[in-house]
Design a protein around this ligand. Sequence first.
Ligand code: SAM
Length: 339
Amino acid sequence: MASVESQQDFFEGTEKLLEVWFTSSDGTDRDLRTIERKDLDALLKLVKCEIISCTSSKEMDAYVLSESSMFVTKDRFILKTCGTTTLLAAVDGLLKLVKEKVGYDMVMDIFYSRKNFSRPELQHGVHQNFENEVQHLDTLFPNGSAYTLGRINRDCWYLYTLDDEGVSHPDQTFELLMWDMCPEKMKIFTKEVCQTGPEASQKSGIVDIIPGMKIDDFLFEPCGYSMNGLLPDGCYITIHVTPEPHCSYVSFESNVPQESYHDLIEKVLDVFRPGQFLMTIFANKASIARDTHKTLENQHTIKGYRRSDHQMCCFKNYTLTYTQFKKSAKPTQFSRPII
Ligand SMILES: C[S@+](CC[C@H](N)C(=O)[O-])C[C@H]1O[C@@H](n2cnc3c(N)ncnc32)[C@H](O)[C@@H]1O
C-alpha cells in the first residue's frame, strides 16, 4: 500500500461550489429529484467526476462524488467539486435539463464560489482564473455580479451571484475552508490508520460535530475522505479531506440555522486543527443567522486563532461575512527592517 508521504502528486482540495435555486413562472409544483440518474451521470461526465453513493432524507438526495458532493432538493441544486474538475462546463446543460425534464423555467438565484487555488495553472479551461469563469457565467446570466473577498495577493475567495430578491424562505450557508492541517489529525484520513469511512468518521470525532446525523462517508485509497451528513428539516453537513501533507486541505459546509456559529466553529476546529482557515456565512433576511455578522465583527480571536481579515457585504436579500484566521503562535511583526 502506498504511504501518504510517498504520494507526492499534488491534489487541489479547494472546491468549486455551485448552488442554483429554480422556480417556475406558472407556480406549478415541481421537483428536481425527478431528474433520472442517467441524466445526472451524463451531467457529471461534463464535470469529470462521478457518483460514488447516495443517501436521502424527506427533503433531499445527497450524493458523495469521486470529487466531493452533490445535493438535490425540490428546488435547489448544489454541486461541489474539487481537483481539476470542470464544474462550470455543466451549468448550461443543467439549466436545459431542468427546463426540459422538470419544467422549471426560471433561475431564482445562483451562487458560484471558491477559494483561490494553490495551483491555478493545473486547472482546465475557464477555471484557470476567476475572470474567465465570470465571463462564462455572464453568457448564461445577464444579471450576474462578481466579487473578490480577502487579499488578492494572498488568500481570497471569489463569488458570483445574481443579487436579486431571490430566496424568501429562511436560508443560510456556513463554510469553513481550512489549510496547513495538523499532520496527526490528517493521518486518520489515510488507509494506514483507518480502513473505512465510518472508522475515520468515528476516530476523528466527525460523528460528534452534530449528533444524530445520517452519515454517508467514504475513505479513498490510499488517503482522502468525503462525507455527507443529513439532518431533519432539509439540513446537511458535508466534509471533504485532502490529507497529503504537502497540500493538506479540509472543507466543512452546512445549512444548519444557528443564531451563533461559535460552538460549531470550535467543534470543527477541534476535529481538524488547521493552521489557517477562512469562514463565510450567508444568511437571508428570513434566517435566524441574519445577525451573526454583528457578533463576528467583534470576534478577533477564536480558540488559539487570531483574525487576519474580515469583510462584510450586504446584498439585496443576503448578508455575507467573510473572515480569515491564523494560528496565533507567532506574534505578528508590524514593522520590517529596510534591506
Ligand atoms: C475527494 S477527496 C476530498 C477533496 C476535497 N475537496 C477536500 O476538501 O480536500 C480528495 C482526497 O482524496 C484523494 N483521492 C484518492 N483517490 C481519489 C480519487 N479517485 N478521486 C479523487 N480524490 C482521490 C486525494 O488525493 C485527496 O487526498
